[in-house]
Design a protein around this ligand. Structure first.
Ligand code: F6P
Length: 357
């Protein structure tokens, strides 16, 4: 028996832990694992792949990135923004079929986020034996309480905030920290609470810069001369605009810059020296936290179990501390965003964090 695995979409700490889990569990069953390189692209004939032997996985559990490479571009894009879907071209499906037959792949484990799970679901519906594993630092997939990679990203934010806090205090400044989080503010929310933010701005909650400035001035009046503001990259300006990177660097609407915008506006309104720091891809790089190492390995082992049971079209999911599974289509119809009335927001407000509204 031979199974395949691929990573797709943006990379994320814990991908190698999943590979380790898959190869470990598969080898116990006497199965061979083929790793496709650079996401779904590796499935295109003649196939870009490597056999992953258990020895190849020695020491990779704790490594960031992915030994297989990944891409969020190519022939398999099946989701263009939230909600709008595209069919994968029939000739691409035929090519996948050729590779799968030629290599005699009996199960294909797809490790990815919302876009990749949409592609996985299309392939499953086209008759391929697909199993999904939920990955994204943004933590915005439905049908799982947590994706691996999220905890590592949150830890990166907290580490950065601890550093930025000491310099903010020394200079009596406002420090604006921009996190990733395209459609959902989970990283900003968790990172902000754990890192001691005074203000957190999310895509899910419309904010007023005047209210944020007022909060900072009130803190000033109480003798707190520095303030920490966390903003998710997908938070919209009060005019409803997303801020994207320009200067010719990207043409595909890569987010980035809301932190600089918020910092400039707050400096105007408060008169306080304000600086912005965009954490960007630091949040995606580096070694996974212990939680993501364990989640990744557990998810990988569960994916092989689903393959053994022939439960294709399922995605590994994490609910109430247990690893189970859900139909892949339950994960892709809608993103899992922060509930503005939810308990975590209530907690943030209760401990004095201004949400900008
Ligand atoms: O989806 C995860 C994510 O990290 C988003 O938060 C971010 O907007 C995006 O990936 C950046 O992707 P890229 O690798 O294209 O810069």
């Amino acid at each position: 028996m031979r199974i395949g695995i691929l990573n797709s979409g943006g990379d994320c700490p814990g991908l190698n832990a999943v590979i380790h889990g898959v190869v470990g569990a598969a080898s116990k069953l006497g199965w061979e694992v083929i790793g496709f390189r650079d996401g779904f692209e590796g499935l295109l004939p003649p196939g870009d792949y490597q056999v992953i032997e258990p020895e190849d996985t020695v020491g990779i559990l704790k490594l960031g990135g992915t030994i297989l490479g990944t891409t969020n571009k190519g022939h398999f894009a099946s989701k263009v923004g939230e909600g709008s879907k595209e069919e994968i071209a029939a000739r691409v499906i035929d090519k996948v079929s050729r590779t799968m037959k030629q290599l005699e792949i009996r199960a294909l484990i797809v490790v990815g986020g919302d876009g990749s799970m949409t592609t996985a679901w299309h392939l499953y519906q086209a008759g391929f034996p697909v199993i999904g594993v939920p990955k994204t630092i943004d933590n915005d997939l439905q049908a799982t309480a947590m994706t691996f990679g999220f905890d590592s990203a949150v830890n990166c934010v907290v580490d950065a905030m601890d550093r930025l806090h000491t310099t903010a205090v020394s200079h009596k400044r406002v420090m604006v920290v921009e996190t990733m989080g395209r459609n959902a503010g989970w990283i900003a929310l968790w990172g902000g609470i754990a890192g001691g933010a005074n203000v957190i701005l999310l895509p899910e909650i419309e904010f007023s810069l005047d209210k944020v400035a007022e909060h900072i001035k009130e803190r000033e009046a109480r003798g707190h001369h520095s303030s920490m503001v966390v903003v998710a990259e997908g938070a919209r300006t009060p005019c409803g605009d997303l801020v994207t990177q320009e200067h010719g660097m990207t043409s595909d609407g890569t987010l980035g810059g809301i932190g600089i915008y918020v910092a400039a506006e707050l400096e105007k309104r408060t008169g306080k020296d304000t600086r912005a720091c965009t954490l960007g891809h630091l949040q995606r790089g580096g070694a996974p936290t212990s939680l993501d190492r364990i989640l990744g390995a557990r998810f990988g082992v569960k994916a092989v179990k689903l393959a053994e049971e022939g439960r294709f079209g399922r995605m590994v999911s994490y609910q109430a501390y247990k690893v189970g599974s859900a139909s892949i289509d339950k994960a892709i119809n809608k993103l899992r965003t922060v509930d503005p009335q939810g308990e975590i927001i209530e907690t943030a407000r209760a401990i004095g964090i201004c949400m900008g509204d």
